[in-house]
Design a protein around this ligand. Sequence first.
Ligand code: ADP
Length: 168
Amino acid sequence: MNKKVIYPGSFDPITKGHLDIIKRTSMLFDELIIGVFVNYSKKSWFSTNERVELIKKVLESEGITNAKIVEFSGLLVDYINKKDIDILVRGLRAVSDYEYELQVNLTNMALTNKKFETLFLTASREYLYLSSSIVKEVAINGGNLLEFVPKIIIEDVIKKAESIKDGR
Ligand code: ADP
């Protein structure tokens, strides 16, 4: 049976860790929805549109054709309900991720009667430590981003870091 699968996140910006989860999920299922969370807080570096464009660039350069990108706001479970999604994919890095994800997952279950399963993929060893926050920290301090974000978007991240430093 064709399952509807979503991998949601902030992707501010997409990292090699995210890409790893996307690749692995896209091999497990026929189709994958990448859900970009529209967050209204000013904390994110990239606008929703920019985050979507960066993911698009990465998917194209990686030749991943069975993933589509959507934006969503509000509660994830509401989106899952509305779109009749079967499987929610999350990546797990450290113990702290586990505690957070367990809490979110149990809350999600309490919020809806919709039957869906959450699939946790453990981070690959080389990306265990990697997060969008680390990427931003390295970028703002002019570090080499090659290990952390897909090559195709490095320039975009550097540009954004510069504009943030300039207070633009
Ligand atoms: P959120 O704001 O939902 O945490 P993120 O963009 O930070 O969004 O992460 C989206 C998902 O990707 C989460 O499930 C997170 O645990 C997972 N993830 C993030 N970085 C990595 C990584 N390096 N390896 C594996 N999974 C990751």
